[in-house]
Ligand binder design. Structure first.
Ligand SMILES: Nc1ncnc2c1ncn2[C@@H]1O[C@H](COP(=O)(O)OP(=O)(O)OP(=O)(O)O)[C@@H](O)[C@H]1O
Length: 328
């Protein structure tokens, strides 16, 4: 498959000077990205997640050419970003949720006009893209409003349109739904899905909102302390994180914690209700049969693992699991 983004043992080391006393400074190195390798084929929508300080923004900055890697090889559309940043700029779009690329005091449409000139977008293409983005992102009524007067959700949609006016082949999104309400999040996600299917735009999505990933990405990469610790399907994370399902049982009356065998354990008791954790990879049937045979069972339900808990456990365990490594 056509690899659009390629990283081969890419590293970024920052030199940090730390004050250790009067006139004394110690030089320390922070390895923000440590020998990361992956490829993303054209048209894929990939989640890039990790805890604070994991190295996500540093990776995106290297992909856009803002930062130069300290080691390894990196290519986007065959271009070395830090060497040919201007040429690459015409082929990529970037949205940083926490700050805007729009001109704060100007009406939204003026920012778009400026981008039209900056990117030298042919007139017909600019008009066609603008019309389409205004329609899809419902920006019609906002075009004459100064950016500073827009709500966060409106501003975000405005920023996404700005990043796409020049028809980039890849879109980097850093926290595109941060601070948005449920309706605005839904709109942004619908739009991204449509963009990806209609135009085949490659999307790399960084977010702390795992619902963004669940709803948009078939593949997810997890980075922790600069290392890629998982690369594969979202569903596979459950296995990698050794996740557990929960069996909730209602008994006729209060009992001491159920003795349910080696692979299940009671995690909570509240009156006649008990919660038992068991490996997500195992069937609940033998456990249910055993409890039903030995206790007066009234009702039961099985709860699926919470993806946030699975990922949190992965961060803690720092396992290196790459079941579906596309890195070559
Ligand atoms: N310019 C810099 N100089 C020194 N250290 C830096 C610099 N930029 C980032 N770092 C360090 O590199 C590490 C990775 O930071 P990065 O911003 O890439 O993380 P992140 O995954 O994007 O985190 P967050 O989710 O908090 O945005 C952190 O330890 C950070 O302090």
């Amino acid at each position: 498959m056509d690899a659009f983004i390629e990283l081969d043992r890419v590293e970024k080391v920052f030199d940090v000077r730390k004050k250790t006393g009067f006139l004394k400074r110690e030089l320390r190195q922070v390895r923000a990205v440590d020998a990361i390798s992956f490829t993303v084929p054209r048209g894929e929508m990939v989640g890039y997640i990790g805890p604070n300080g994991a190295g996500k923004s540093t990776t995106i900055k290297m992909l856009t050419g803002i930062l130069t890697p300290s080691g390894g090889r990196l290519r986007v559309a065959g271009i070395d970003p830090s060497r040919d940043r201007t040429r690459l700029a015409h082929r990529i779009g970037v949205v940083f949720g926490q700050r805007t690329t729009l001109w704060w005091d100007l009406p939204l449409i003026d920012s778009y006009r400026l981008m039209h000139r900056m990117y030298r977008i042919p007139d017909a293409r600019y008009r066609e893209n603008l019309d389409r983005l205004v329609e899809l992102l419902e920006l019609g009524e906002l075009l004459d409003v100064p950016v500073r007067q827009l709500s966060l959700g409106q501003r975000m949609r405005g920023d996404i349109a700005a990043a796409l006016l020049h028809d980039p082949e890849v879109l980097y999104l850093d926290e595109p739904t941060i601070g948005l309400d449920v309706v605005s999040k839904g709109r942004v996600r619908d739009f991204l899905r449509e963009l990806n299917t209609e135009r085949g735009t490659t999307v790399l999505l960084t977010t702390h909102d795992l619902q963004d990933i669940e709803q948009l990405c078939s593949r997810v990469m997890v980075i922790d302390h600069g290392h890629l610790v998982y690369d594969g399907a979202l569903a596979g994370l459950h296995e990698a994180g050794e996740s557990e399902r929960t069996l909730v049982v209602d008994l006729e009356r209060e009992f001491p914690p159920i003795e349910a065998g080696p692979s299940a354990r009671v995690v909570k008791v509240d009156g006649p209700r008990q919660w038992l954790a068991f490996p997500a990879s195992e069937s609940a049937a033998p456990l249910v049969a055993r409890i039903a045979a030995e206790y007066p069972l009234v009702d039961l339900s099985v709860r699926e693992p919470d993806i946030e808990a699975v990922i949190a456990r992965m961060y803690v365990e720092r396992q290196t699991v790459v079941p579906d490594a596309r890195s070559s």
